[in-house]
Design a protein around this ligand. Structure first.
Ligand code: B4P
Length: 188
Protein backbone atom coordinates (compact mmCIF):
# COMPACT_ATOMS: atom_id res chain seq x y z
CA UNK A 1 0.00 0.00 0.00
CA UNK A 2 1.52 3.28 -1.12
CA UNK A 3 -0.57 6.45 -1.36
CA UNK A 4 1.71 9.39 -2.04
CA UNK A 5 2.12 12.64 -3.91
CA UNK A 6 5.39 13.60 -5.59
CA UNK A 7 5.60 17.37 -5.50
CA UNK A 8 8.25 19.31 -7.39
CA UNK A 9 8.87 21.73 -10.23
CA UNK A 10 8.63 20.58 -13.85
CA UNK A 11 11.79 18.69 -14.70
CA UNK A 12 12.56 17.77 -11.10
CA UNK A 13 12.35 14.12 -12.12
CA UNK A 14 8.94 13.22 -10.69
CA UNK A 15 8.10 11.12 -13.76
CA UNK A 16 11.51 9.42 -13.70
CA UNK A 17 11.25 8.52 -9.99
CA UNK A 18 7.60 7.46 -10.30
CA UNK A 19 8.58 4.78 -12.82
CA UNK A 20 10.93 3.26 -10.24
CA UNK A 21 8.28 3.36 -7.51
CA UNK A 22 5.77 1.68 -9.85
CA UNK A 23 8.26 -1.12 -10.57
CA UNK A 24 8.95 -1.70 -6.86
CA UNK A 25 5.52 -1.19 -5.27
CA UNK A 26 3.20 -2.27 -8.10
CA UNK A 27 0.83 0.66 -7.68
CA UNK A 28 -0.06 2.89 -10.64
CA UNK A 29 1.56 6.24 -11.38
CA UNK A 30 -1.04 8.89 -12.10
CA UNK A 31 0.54 11.78 -13.99
CA UNK A 32 -1.77 14.62 -14.95
CA UNK A 33 0.89 15.73 -17.47
CA UNK A 34 0.75 12.30 -19.20
CA UNK A 35 -3.07 12.18 -19.09
CA UNK A 36 -3.23 15.66 -20.64
CA UNK A 37 -0.61 14.86 -23.30
CA UNK A 38 -2.61 11.72 -24.28
CA UNK A 39 -5.77 13.80 -24.57
CA UNK A 40 -3.93 16.31 -26.80
CA UNK A 41 -2.43 13.53 -28.95
CA UNK A 42 -5.86 11.92 -29.39
CA UNK A 43 -7.42 15.28 -30.33
CA UNK A 44 -10.21 14.93 -27.73
CA UNK A 45 -12.32 17.97 -26.79
CA UNK A 46 -10.56 18.05 -23.42
CA UNK A 47 -7.15 17.86 -25.13
CA UNK A 48 -8.00 20.73 -27.46
CA UNK A 49 -9.00 22.86 -24.46
CA UNK A 50 -5.77 21.99 -22.58
CA UNK A 51 -3.29 22.47 -25.44
CA UNK A 52 -2.90 26.26 -25.41
CA UNK A 53 -2.24 26.36 -21.65
CA UNK A 54 0.30 23.53 -21.90
CA UNK A 55 2.16 25.15 -24.83
CA UNK A 56 2.47 28.36 -22.78
CA UNK A 57 3.57 26.55 -19.61
CA UNK A 58 0.41 27.69 -17.77
CA UNK A 59 -1.78 25.44 -15.62
CA UNK A 60 -4.71 23.76 -17.32
CA UNK A 61 -8.02 24.70 -15.64
CA UNK A 62 -8.89 22.97 -12.38
CA UNK A 63 -12.23 21.61 -13.63
CA UNK A 64 -10.49 19.67 -16.42
CA UNK A 65 -7.67 18.34 -14.26
CA UNK A 66 -9.75 17.53 -11.16
CA UNK A 67 -12.35 15.75 -13.33
CA UNK A 68 -9.61 13.64 -14.92
CA UNK A 69 -8.13 12.69 -11.53
CA UNK A 70 -11.54 11.85 -10.08
CA UNK A 71 -12.23 9.40 -12.93
CA UNK A 72 -8.76 7.88 -12.66
CA UNK A 73 -8.87 7.39 -8.85
CA UNK A 74 -12.21 5.62 -9.17
CA UNK A 75 -10.61 2.88 -11.30
CA UNK A 76 -10.06 -0.40 -9.43
CA UNK A 77 -6.27 -0.59 -9.97
CA UNK A 78 -5.86 2.26 -7.44
CA UNK A 79 -7.33 0.26 -4.58
CA UNK A 80 -3.88 -0.69 -3.25
CA UNK A 81 -2.52 2.78 -3.73
CA UNK A 82 -1.22 5.29 -6.23
CA UNK A 83 1.62 7.67 -6.94
CA UNK A 84 0.31 11.09 -7.87
CA UNK A 85 2.87 12.79 -10.13
CA UNK A 86 2.21 16.44 -10.98
CA UNK A 87 -1.09 16.64 -9.11
CA UNK A 88 -2.07 18.62 -7.10
CA UNK A 89 -0.47 21.80 -8.43
CA UNK A 90 -2.57 24.46 -6.65
CA UNK A 91 -4.33 24.85 -3.31
CA UNK A 92 -7.73 24.36 -4.91
CA UNK A 93 -6.53 21.08 -6.49
CA UNK A 94 -5.16 19.97 -3.09
CA UNK A 95 -8.51 20.67 -1.42
CA UNK A 96 -10.36 18.80 -4.19
CA UNK A 97 -7.98 15.86 -3.71
CA UNK A 98 -8.56 15.79 0.07
CA UNK A 99 -12.32 15.67 -0.46
CA UNK A 100 -12.05 12.94 -3.06
CA UNK A 101 -9.72 10.74 -0.99
CA UNK A 102 -11.86 11.20 2.09
CA UNK A 103 -14.91 10.04 0.13
CA UNK A 104 -12.94 7.02 -1.13
CA UNK A 105 -11.61 6.30 2.39
CA UNK A 106 -8.00 6.36 1.15
CA UNK A 107 -6.13 9.24 2.81
CA UNK A 108 -2.62 10.24 1.70
CA UNK A 109 0.34 8.73 3.59
CA UNK A 110 3.02 11.17 2.48
CA UNK A 111 3.94 14.04 0.18
CA UNK A 112 7.54 14.02 -1.04
CA UNK A 113 8.87 17.38 -2.24
CA UNK A 114 11.67 16.86 -4.78
CA UNK A 115 13.91 19.95 -4.85
CA UNK A 116 16.17 20.83 -7.80
CA UNK A 117 18.09 24.02 -8.65
CA UNK A 118 16.48 26.15 -11.33
CA UNK A 119 19.44 26.16 -13.76
CA UNK A 120 19.74 22.35 -13.54
CA UNK A 121 16.05 22.11 -14.49
CA UNK A 122 16.45 24.40 -17.48
CA UNK A 123 19.44 22.33 -18.68
CA UNK A 124 17.57 18.99 -18.23
CA UNK A 125 14.47 20.13 -20.07
CA UNK A 126 16.35 21.77 -22.95
CA UNK A 127 18.13 18.45 -23.40
CA UNK A 128 14.84 16.50 -23.33
CA UNK A 129 13.31 18.80 -25.98
CA UNK A 130 9.58 17.96 -25.64
CA UNK A 131 7.16 20.37 -27.43
CA UNK A 132 6.82 22.49 -24.25
CA UNK A 133 10.56 22.34 -23.44
CA UNK A 134 11.70 25.61 -25.08
CA UNK A 135 13.43 28.11 -22.80
CA UNK A 136 10.58 30.69 -22.54
CA UNK A 137 7.99 28.03 -21.71
CA UNK A 138 10.32 26.32 -19.22
CA UNK A 139 10.93 29.61 -17.38
CA UNK A 140 7.20 30.31 -17.30
CA UNK A 141 6.51 26.79 -15.95
CA UNK A 142 9.03 27.45 -13.17
CA UNK A 143 7.35 30.78 -12.35
CA UNK A 144 3.92 29.11 -12.33
CA UNK A 145 5.36 26.48 -9.97
CA UNK A 146 6.61 29.18 -7.58
CA UNK A 147 3.29 31.06 -7.66
CA UNK A 148 0.79 28.20 -7.62
CA UNK A 149 2.48 25.03 -6.42
CA UNK A 150 4.97 26.22 -3.81
CA UNK A 151 2.10 27.16 -1.38
CA UNK A 152 1.34 23.43 -1.22
CA UNK A 153 4.56 22.92 0.73
CA UNK A 154 3.04 24.81 3.70
CA UNK A 155 -0.35 23.14 3.17
CA UNK A 156 1.10 19.63 3.52
CA UNK A 157 3.63 20.64 6.19
CA UNK A 158 0.74 21.78 8.41
CA UNK A 159 -0.87 18.38 7.93
CA UNK A 160 2.34 16.58 8.94
CA UNK A 161 2.63 14.86 5.56
CA UNK A 162 5.59 16.62 3.95
CA UNK A 163 9.19 15.43 3.51
CA UNK A 164 11.72 17.25 1.35
CA UNK A 165 14.47 15.45 -0.59
CA UNK A 166 17.17 16.76 -2.89
CA UNK A 167 16.50 15.85 -6.52
CA UNK A 168 20.08 16.70 -7.54
CA UNK A 169 22.49 13.93 -8.51
CA UNK A 170 22.11 10.41 -9.94
CA UNK A 171 18.64 8.91 -10.44
CA UNK A 172 19.38 5.95 -8.10
CA UNK A 173 20.72 8.20 -5.32
CA UNK A 174 17.57 10.32 -5.49
CA UNK A 175 15.42 7.18 -5.45
CA UNK A 176 17.13 6.03 -2.23
CA UNK A 177 16.37 9.43 -0.66
CA UNK A 178 12.72 9.20 -1.69
CA UNK A 179 12.39 5.70 -0.22
CA UNK A 180 13.86 6.96 3.06
CA UNK A 181 11.25 9.70 3.12
CA UNK A 182 8.35 7.22 2.82
CA UNK A 183 6.41 6.11 5.89
CA UNK A 184 8.10 3.16 7.64
CA UNK A 185 5.34 0.68 6.66
CA UNK A 186 5.83 1.54 2.98
CA UNK A 187 9.63 1.39 2.73
CA UNK A 188 9.82 -2.30 1.81
P1 B4P B 1 4.44 17.61 -16.30
O1 B4P B 1 4.25 16.56 -17.31
O2 B4P B 1 4.02 17.30 -14.91
O3 B4P B 1 5.98 18.12 -16.25
P2 B4P B 1 7.40 17.41 -16.53
O4 B4P B 1 8.23 18.50 -17.13
O5 B4P B 1 7.32 16.17 -17.35
O6 B4P B 1 7.99 17.12 -15.07
P3 B4P B 1 8.70 15.87 -14.33
O7 B4P B 1 9.09 16.36 -12.97
O8 B4P B 1 7.83 14.65 -14.40
O9 B4P B 1 10.06 15.61 -15.10
P4 B4P B 1 10.72 14.25 -15.66
O10 B4P B 1 10.84 13.14 -14.70
O11 B4P B 1 10.02 13.97 -16.96
O12 B4P B 1 3.64 18.96 -16.75
C1 B4P B 1 3.59 19.45 -18.11
C2 B4P B 1 2.43 20.49 -18.28
O13 B4P B 1 1.12 19.84 -18.10
C3 B4P B 1 2.37 21.64 -17.27
O14 B4P B 1 3.21 22.73 -17.65
C4 B4P B 1 0.86 22.03 -17.30
O15 B4P B 1 0.52 22.84 -18.42
C5 B4P B 1 0.14 20.71 -17.47
N1 B4P B 1 -0.29 20.10 -16.18
C6 B4P B 1 0.18 18.91 -15.65
N2 B4P B 1 -0.41 18.66 -14.46
C7 B4P B 1 -1.27 19.70 -14.22
C8 B4P B 1 -2.15 20.01 -13.13
N3 B4P B 1 -2.27 19.22 -12.06
N4 B4P B 1 -2.89 21.17 -13.21
C9 B4P B 1 -2.79 21.97 -14.26
N5 B4P B 1 -1.97 21.74 -15.32
C10 B4P B 1 -1.21 20.62 -15.31
O16 B4P B 1 12.21 14.74 -15.91
C11 B4P B 1 12.54 15.77 -16.83
C12 B4P B 1 13.82 15.45 -17.59
O17 B4P B 1 14.91 15.37 -16.68
C13 B4P B 1 13.77 14.12 -18.33
O18 B4P B 1 14.37 14.29 -19.61
C14 B4P B 1 14.61 13.18 -17.45
O19 B4P B 1 15.25 12.17 -18.19
C15 B4P B 1 15.62 14.14 -16.85
N6 B4P B 1 16.05 13.71 -15.51
C16 B4P B 1 15.27 13.17 -14.52
N7 B4P B 1 16.02 12.90 -13.42
C17 B4P B 1 17.31 13.33 -13.71
C18 B4P B 1 18.54 13.33 -12.97
N8 B4P B 1 18.63 12.88 -11.71
N9 B4P B 1 19.65 13.86 -13.57
C19 B4P B 1 19.58 14.33 -14.85
N10 B4P B 1 18.45 14.33 -15.60
C20 B4P B 1 17.32 13.83 -15.04
Amino acid sequence: MLKIVLLGPPGSGKGTQSEKLVAEYGVPQISTGDLLRNAVANGTELGNKAKAAMDAGELVSDDIVVGMIRERLEEPDTENGFILDGFPRSLSQAEALDELLERLGRPLQAVVHVKVDQEEIVARLLERGRADDNEDTIRNRLKVFEDSTAPLVAYYEERGLLSAVSGMGEVDEIYARIKNALPADARG
